[in-house]
Design a protein around this ligand. Structure first.
Ligand code: HEC
Ligand code: HEC
Length: 294
């Protein structure tokens, strides 16, 4: 038989083991409970963020964060690209989460150099109540979750269709243009090869004389013929098609009425990067459509 001392030691050991196991089990289920709670909390935050985004942000950044020409840059994937760029070129040390949070909270009263070729009507407003804006810090956190969620969604790869961008090269040959598809591109019923929506009509009305950001393109085929004959036109001899092509791929080559349409001396309010979004076919079709506007 065991003596009393041995029985005490065995008893104490059993008790200790039982305690450790019990604490371990409680701790494990607590872990799971917390993880579940966090997942639900995060889903709620994204949902709230989507509602706030809908109310305050879509007008300038688009419903999917695709950006709105002349109003605000794309956030999806723009904000992630911008952050990567800052990390690489400026040794920027903040987290992505903080970068997005600060961009929203304090706004951008001063234009950053990122996408500086884009012209925006107004700067990014200040949103945090701490800086005189309308939103509480929990609402800003919800917005951050919502925007971060785009990156999670984007991580599932859908390879973009390969296409060769026209850029600013005026010498690449163009295929025959289809004015019907050009019109559909203009009306954003079909997409450009880049997958980004055509953005011309955000800045150009087709009603005679109506100025949005740029001049009306009503009668542009006729106007183009007049432009290339005007005394201030310094380009080489061009056809109206070539003039329109140059206007799209190299807006700064000739700026219509610089007093009204230049953002700075020699810099058109029309972005110089639209050629990067277009295949040769997109460009040919747009030109063919514009040439029907006599
Ligand atoms: C009046 C138009 C406007 C509204 C409304 C607006 N923004 Fe912006 N936003 C901008 C502009 C313009 C920029 C680019 C500023 C710059 O040049 O740095 C910007 C930049 C940003 C950036 C930084 C992007 C980057 O890559 O650096 C974030 C993030 C952002 N906005 C989020 C939001 C959110 C969230 C809302 C809604 C609460 C919102 N914005 C509402 C115009 C707007
Ligand atoms: C952010 C605004 C903006 C966008 C987007 C834009 N444009 Fe422009 N566009 C302008 C401005 C401003 C001018 C006048 C200054 C100049 O000559 O560059 C202009 C000029 C032109 C001209 C010359 C007009 C003339 O009377 O001689 C053509 C053609 C033209 N744009 C076509 C397009 C097409 C096609 C697209 C879409 C692929 C487009 N633009 C997108 C702002 C814009």
């Amino acid at each position: 038989m065991f003596d009393l001392a041995t029985r005490r030691i065995v008893g104490a050991t059993v008790f200790m083991l039982a305690t450790v196991i019990t604490i371990g089990m409680v701790w494990l289920t607590e872990e799971q409970r917390m993880a579940r709670y966090e997942a639900i909390h995060k889903a709620k935050a994204i949902e709230n963020g989507a509602l706030i985004y809908e109310q305050y942000c879509v007008t300038c950044h688009g419903s999917q964060g695709e950006g709105v020409p002349g109003k605000g840059p794309d956030l999806n994937p723009g904000v992630f690209q911008h952050y990567e760029e800052l990390k690489q070129t400026q040794n920027y040390a903040n987290s992505l989460r903080n970068f997005i949070m600060l961009s929203i909270a304090a706004g951008r009263p001063i234009r950053s150099t990122y996408r500086s070729e884009e012209i925006y009507a107004e700067p990014m407003p200040t949103w945090s109540q701490d800086f005189g804006g309308p939103l509480r810090s929990d609402q800003i956190e919800n917005l951050v979750e919502f925007i971060l969620n785009w990156q999670t969604a984007a991580a599932a790869p859908t390879p973009p269709p390969a296409f060769e961008a026209m850029g600013s090269d005026l010498t690449k040959p163009l295929p025959p243009g289809d004015p019907k598809r050009g019109e559909a591109l203009w009306n954003q019923e079909v997409k450009q090869a880049s997958g980004l929506p055509a953005s011309c009509k955000a800045c150009h009305s087709l009603n005679p004389g109506e100025v949005l950001v740029g001049p009306s393109l009503a009668g542009i085929a006729t106007t183009a013929a007049q432009r290339i004959q005007a005394s201030d036109y310094k380009g080489q001899a061009k056809t109206p098609e070539e003039y329109i092509r140059e206007s799209i791929q190299q807006p700064n080559a000739y700026i219509v009425d610089p007093n009204q349409f230049a953002a700075a001396p020699g810099v058109s309010k029309m972005p110089a990067t639209l050629g990067n979004q277009m295949s040769a076919q997109d460009l040919a079709d747009l030109i063919a459509f514009l040439m029907t506007l006599k």
